[in-house]
Write a protein that binds this ligand. Sequence first.
Ligand code: SF4
Length: 86
Amino acid sequence: MQGISEIRQEKVVPHAPENKVSFVRAAKPAVSKSHCQQNYNCITFCPRNAIFLDSKGFPEINYSLCDGCLICLRECPASAIGEGHG
Ligand code: SF4
């Protein structure tokens, strides 16, 4: 099983032009840090590597990579990811 530092190294792709979203996303997920239990399902399941950790270990979403599939919302057991638009 991977530790979070290994997941972070694999998942952080800060500037990968080939992965950038080239269309308007259907939904815009947002992380509630007050609800986040830091289990990192969102990072594990995001198919676009659009989620990274901030300096305090909370998920942040890179909207230039996110396509709004909302898999992160469905996979979060703490319901810490909500849905917006745009
Ligand atoms: S909506 Fe989809 S692409 Fe965007 S951060 Fe969540 S899982 Fe990743």
